[in-house]
Design a protein around this ligand. Sequence first.
Ligand SMILES: Nc1ncnc2c1ncn2[C@@H]1O[C@H](COP(=O)(O)OP(=O)(O)OP(=O)(O)O)[C@@H](O)[C@H]1O
Length: 309
Amino acid sequence: MNPTLSELEAEAARGKAAFGGDAHIVCDNLVRIYKTEGVEVVALQGLDLVIEEGELVAVVGASGSGKSTLLNVLSGLDVPTAGVARVAGMDLLSMTPKDRLRYRRSVVGFIWQQTARNLLPYLNARENVELPMKLAGMPRGDRGRAMDLLELLGVASCADRKIPEMSGGEQQRVAIAVALANSPQLILADEPTGELDSETSEQVFEALRTANRQLGVTVVIVTHDPLVASQVDRTIGIRDGRTSSETLRREGAEGEIVAEEYAVLDRVGRLQLPRDFMNALNMERRVRLELEPDHIGVWPAREEPDDER
Ligand SMILES: Nc1ncnc2c1ncn2[C@@H]1O[C@H](COP(=O)(O)OP(=O)(O)OP(=O)(O)O)[C@@H](O)[C@H]1O
């Protein structure tokens, strides 16, 4: 017997509730359309993403693929056009302005690429870290955490220095301490090492790893930096506003690091073939699929000259 409409609706609702479950970050069919002067740009086109609590994840992708848009949504700065975006059980689409403010002050911490955007130059490092605590109404006596954080991240010696008196790498590590000030559950970093040389980048990245390991905070880093991408457990590739690939790293039997790249399969069975694979075999518009016992074969379509006429 065919299912009734209400049975189909109930089934669809069950499927929706199941996606991502109670993961720390869940994006389900996320869409963000920008409208400027009558022109629409679809920056996120049905992006699915699940990140568990305590993960350290890198997000990579070509310029314009939607990485910053995703980070802006997750930080509560921007509201998506449609879909689901949930962090720590909070719904980022339906939040009230008051909840959004609370979310931005105490659930999520943000680190920008431009060091100047993260810190106030006329305050010293300790005062910079204390500022978000003050804004959140924390009593002065409880602000000792500022020094603890600077110590944890290896920049205690900068505590009394004003921002221009520090190196770029030190500034970014202080910025991580500022982002951690109110004990957020999630840290988002947009190209945090974009302006730094590789040695300094390594120190900043190590500081993010320390925050992740010692404080258990979930960390999402948007980056072009291959150094960062090679040191996290999971790298998520974004293409044309969708998650397209994932690289998982694990330790092999001999202690070596094994990286395996996967294409992301969405719930309706769509996946994005890597562009270079498609180019290598001249694949466009359609491909032929064949189901084998343990894999699916993908072939370029046969030449059918009459077909296009
Ligand atoms: N405020 C905006 N108004 C209009 N279009 C925008 C806006 N912000 C982003 N876009 C467009 O959305 C798309 C995704 O941009 P986004 O900045 O998220 O990409 P990205 O992957 O972070 O790129 P990059 O690595 O260069 O920072 C681009 O086509 C961009 O031009």
